[in-house]
Design a protein around this ligand. Sequence first.
Ligand code: CMC
Length: 429
Amino acid sequence: MADKIAKLSIDGSDSEIELSMYSGSEGPDVIDVRPLTGQGYFTYDPGFVSTAACESKITYIDGEKGILLHAGYPIEQLAENSSYLETCYLLLNGELPTKDQLAAFVGTVKGHTMVHEQMHHFFQGFRRDAHPMAIMVSVVGALSAFYHDSLDINDAKHREVCAFRLIAKMPTIAAMCYKYSIGMPFQYPRNDLSYAENFLHMMFGNPCEEYVPNPILARAMDRIFLLHADHEQNASTSTVRLAGSSGANPFACIAAGVATLWGPAHGGANEAVLNMLEEIGDAKNIPEFIARAKDPEDNFRLMGFGHRVYRNFDPRANVMKTTCDEVLAELGIKDDPMLEIAKQLEQIALQDEYFVKRKLYPNVDFYSGIILKAIGIPSSMFTVIFALSRTIGWISHWAEFHSEPNKIGRPRQLYTGPSKRDYVECSDR
Ligand code: CMC
């Protein structure tokens, strides 16, 4: 139902095109530009930064005010009081679960933690030095070859089964990527542990002794999962929705999300942060790197700073900073050179005019990289962990897309190539 009307006059013409406007429950009103196509016009919006590509009830972000809400609940409150699996329930169902609903949800997730035994052999095809994200993209895509009993995207029950399988199996797959790269045997999941504890067990346990998870590290891990769970229509989620719009199977869509997340401007940033800290190497080199970050002629950027949407602060970064302090205190890490560089960079960026003027604050990945390193997770696994966490966001958006009338995504373009011309024989060119 249109709330308001926008009128568009083209090139001073007397006749105006009337466009309906809609108001959401939060955020700016949107102008429905669909009638423009019938009038012979497209809208131009590279990067879709001004385009609402869908209607959604899952997550709301106000980048100016630093607000992130999942089904209305502020991320700070969820990080403080909820758990990753409870937040998964919220994202999938739109409401927080009752105690019984949560217990049933957790029980069902635990019932799906193992992967098909044949998948163990699938890993053997990769080189040991393959990047874990390269393995993850392939293994997630391959899930469709192993679990094809519930792939009717028009059946809500099938969509739910896919979501359970993904939430449950992603930690198992992520840990397998790591174990494979270091030549250690895969650890079967332990369903007596919590979701985060089980992940740490599969990462760091071995068949020779029982792994006892540290509760503070498990809590930090759970927070990292929770804080990355969803972020509305970001590049990877939009990719999953677009892939899903063709009717592709859910595991293939999630693999497309994993691939998109890998880029350093998106989920690859947490790994890039650690690589950058290593490249800086010593606090005395910081001024040189700050100068490079400010130099318009230099492509170098301070990884872990700035955000496409958050223009004042990243609410997830504030929570992550507290968790970072807890983890470092628990592990007694004080004199780590990487940490020293990170702390100095943080201070400089918060005070330096270049960063302050452009509102380039440390983002969630700046702190999550430091925490993961302290826990002992290699930087090549950071984006894998982001993918594991974000899977719930992807599958929730995919399920929302399929639960409503929908059509295949098909952006248009401003064509600036040659106009029609005739083929010239090779000998005449
Ligand atoms: N270091 C130095 N300068 C920067 C940085 C940075 N990290 N980020 C932006 N700028 C400058 C940029 O050069 C530009 O300067 P000027 O106005 O003089 O041309 C200005 O700030 C605005 O930059 P922009 O490119 O318009 O910003 P954007 O919104 O397109 O880019 C970003 C957002 C996240 C891609 C970018 O800030 C960046 O590359 N950051 C580093 C990578 C990173 O940490 N990414 C993780 C994002 S959080 C994870 C997630 O949610 O996916």
